[in-house]
Design a binder for this molecule. Structure first.
Ligand SMILES: *Cc1c(COP(=O)(O)O)cnc(C)c1O
Length: 371
């Protein structure tokens, strides 16, 4: 099946008793046991499994071409489940521009349990030099946040797998519509489903998808069921509902982002645009290899520094100044001030989550704000 069809059908089944076409939301926390001790519905207790979560996990696994998926209450909970599944003392290699929330999580919550290096993962020599006998996980995030840097997924995987090291990819920015890391050889894919999967900035969620149901996967499943950082049946329903339109929403995000990137690149007040769909992007060729489209996120640097960047952001009418991404409405943010004083993000950088408004209105707004 093609991805548009999977998105619509893989999370839904007609209810057996009521014949409701759309799967009902099952709020019950507990499920009836038969006289012989079995559970005919396949569920026992909602922390371990729930019909809505099961169908959500089904569509998420199929969208990424995976063998199974585990849904969590947030993207950070999904990432954390991967770290928690690692034996104590494991060494983790992650990019130096990893999503700051997960980077902080490693440094704050795992400092006594794991060791880690944050490096330029795109340099094979640096990567090789940091691999140790106890390295158990290499983390990839591509396109990266907020610089939209591209990691050559196949190249990193070749280096990792030669040493039997697992590779996990945070695919939040790309979505499976633009990039499918499992098909390129990754072991695990992680998403913040708060972003494009949810798509309407009104729910939190996360997911880990595995290429293979193996020992490691069992451990992640245990972290989910025993740790209990699960999404509610309502959140699972909302997410499954949103996913039905994901492929079509992504077409709009991709279309608008490309045109907005081209407009900004030609604007005299703009110093630089970072979007993997622009031929000027330093890794455009790698992006073309491993992505089928370039996503809806872009960043740009405004000429004349931080104050001018802040003036532009405050002059916009359609773009809302807020963090997060992937919703139907366009958002813009001054990333350095979100990341705090030790940020490496340029002070004049603005990150845009390009929404689904008409592109002419978005360009008109940015054009007026830039002056
Ligand atoms: C938002 C985000 C996360 C964290 O997800 P939450 O749902 O906010 O917990 C992880 N990675 C990336 C790339 C993100 O954008």
């Amino acid at each position: 099946m093609k991805i548009e069809t999977i998105a619509i059908h893989a999370a839904n089944h007609t209810d057996a008793s009521s014949k409701a076409v759309i799967q009902p939301i099952v709020l019950s926390t507990t499920f009836e046991r038969s006289a012989d001790g079995t559970y005919l519905g396949g569920h026992i207790y909602s922390r371990a499994s729930n019909p809505n979560r099961k169908m959500l996990e089904n569509v998420l696994a199929q969208l990424e071409g995976g063998a199974d998926a585990a849904a969590f209450a947030s993207g950070n909970a999904a990432g954390m489940a991967i770290f928690q599944s690692l034996p104590a003392g494991t060494h983790v290699i992650a990019p130096d521009d990893m999503y700051h929330g997960l980077c902080n999580q490693l440094k704050t919550l795992f400092s006594d349990i794991l060791t880690f290096d944050f490096i330029d993962i795109n340099d094979p020599h640096i990567l090789q030099n940091h691999i140790r006998p106890e390295t158990g996980l290499i983390w990839i995030e591509t396109p990266s946040n907020p610089l939209l840097k591209i990691t050559d997924i196949k190249k990193v995987i070749a280096i990792a797998h030669a040493k039997h090291i697992m590779v996990a990819c945070d695919n939040t920015f790309a979505t499976p519509i633009c990039q499918q890391p499992l098909a390129l050889g990754a072991d695990l894919v992680m998403h913040s489903s708060t972003k494009y999967f949810g798509g309407h900035s009104d729910l939190m969620g996360g997911v880990v998808i595995t290429g293979e149901k193996n020992e490691r996967w069992l451990k992640i499943r245990q972290v989910q069921e025993m740790g209990g950082a699960i999404p509610s049946p309502m959140d699972c329903y909302m997410l499954a509902r949103s996913i039905k339109t994901l492929p079509y929403r992504m077409r709009g995000h991709i279309h608008n982002a490309q045109l907005l990137a081209e407009f900004l690149e030609g604007h005299p007040k703009v110093e630089k645009v970072m979007y993997p769909g622009l031929p000027s992007h330093p890794q455009h060729e790698i992006a073309k290899e491993q992505m089928t489209a370039f996503g809806g996120m872009l960043s740009f640097c405004v000429k004349d520094g931080q104050e001018e960047a802040k003036r532009v952001i405050n002059s916009l009418k359609l773009f809302t100044q807020a963090t997060s991404l992937g919703g139907v409405e366009s958002l813009i943010e001054h990333r350095a001030s979100v990341e705090g004083p030790d940020t490496k993000t340029p002070l004049n950088l603005l990150r845009v989550s390009v929404g689904l408004e008409h592109i002419d209105d978005l360009i008109e707004d940015l054009s007026a704000a830039l002056g």
